[in-house]
Unconditional design. Structure first.
Length: 264
């Protein structure tokens, strides 16, 4: 499980750059007592972290926690993008193939490197974005691999919640049959496609009802249920209350909390 506290905020970047190794020595052994190491490699080499050997190749990414002893065995001139940063949290070293995330990770780390000398806040933001993507790669290594068809359809759903979503059209988008998409969703999500769409719409609606001042009409439209009667019925089924009641309950809790803070 990836336990770097990336939700706490961006990291404190100590340095970022392009590391060039393997010129004067074929082996490097070192550790950074207080800093994390994030590397994106463009070469083949052997890498040992916490006594475990890994084979590096172009497109490999590694994330190593503070205090970890690492050893690199190069095969000639070797370049990688690196970031050394401070951040709460702990995990075992992660080494894995960036896969389809490679182009985005590369651009984020190049941005971090280029902006670090003059705009450390921008550099930290780029590293933070990269860490979220590496966290997905790391967590995927401890769970069942996510099916690419399911991942593509889930992304499509999340990007188009405000629009009509039809299972047959989603299946065509993913290049599979209706039955195959249904089976894959049961296997990898534990829900039907229709059920997943409904739950995501209601989760989004509840957030907007309780955290924003958008009108109920606007919220209903934003989650693809523009008919207010249907939206009201769906909210009652999902949460046992009308949209206005859900909003009012949140306002009541806020008012109670504010009064308690003023009267300790």
């Amino acid at each position: 499980m990836f336990t770097v506290e990336i939700e706490a905020g961006p990291p404190l970047v100590a340095n970022a750059g392009v590391g060039v190794h393997g010129i004067n020595t074929a082996v490097d052994v070192f550790r950074l007592p207080d800093l994390w190491q994030l590397h994106l490699y463009s070469y083949h080499a052997a890498f040992v972290a916490d006594g475990i050997r890994h084979d590096l190749r172009p497109g490999t990414v590694s994330l190593v926690p503070p205090g970890t002893k690492v050893e690199f065995r190069y095969r000639g001139r070797s370049e990688h993008l690196y970031v050394h940063f401070a951040m709460p949290g702990r995990r075992a070293p992660f080494v894995g193939d960036a896969g389809p995330e490679l182009p985005i990770l590369r651009e984020l780390l190049l941005d971090a490197v280029a902006s670090f000398p003059t705009s450390p806040n921008r550099s930290a933001a780029a590293v933070w974005a990269a860490l979220w993507r590496v966290s997905d790669l790391a967590d995927a290594g401890t769970a069942a691999p996510r099916n690419p068809v399911v991942a593509a359809v889930v992304r499509r759903i999340e990007e188009h919640l405000a629009e009509p979503l039809v299972v047959a059209e989603l299946a065509r988008f993913a290049g599979v049959s209706h039955n195959q998409l249904t089976r894959l969703f049961h296997e990898h999500v534990g829900d039907t496609v229709v059920g997943y769409i409904a739950s995501r719409r209601m989760a989004h609606a509840l957030h907007l009802l309780q955290a924003s001042t958008l009108s109920v009409t606007a919220i209903a439209a934003s989650v693809g249920i523009p008919d207010l009667q249907a939206f009201n019925k769906t909210c009652r089924k999902a949460f046992g209350a009308s949209p206005r009641a859900l909003r009012q309950s949140r306002q009541d809790r806020r008012r109670s909390t504010n009064q308690s803070s003023r009267n300790p």
